[in-house]
Design a protein around this ligand. Structure first.
Ligand SMILES: [Zn+2]
Length: 60
């Protein structure tokens, strides 16, 4: 399963830290992979996470 950053499209390496914007899985993290697909979870690299957060702060 490969991930790319939702904002900048940068490929996320397997050991790289990333953030996923998704609902918390109801059964914990045991079915996380299926849950990610089901909810079309959006991964962000660290740089873009900061951008997304600052955007949210600006709109509030
Ligand atoms: Zn990014």
């Amino acid at each position: 399963m490969k991930f790319t950053c939702t904002n900048c499209g940068k490929p996320l390496k397997t050991t790289e830290q990333a953030y996923f914007c998704m609902p918390v899985p109801p059964r914990g993290f045991t079915e996380l992979q299926a849950w990610l697909k089901l909810n079309n979870a959006k991964p962000y690299c660290l740089n873009c996470l900061q951008i997304v957060q600052s955007r949210k702060n600006n709109t509030n």
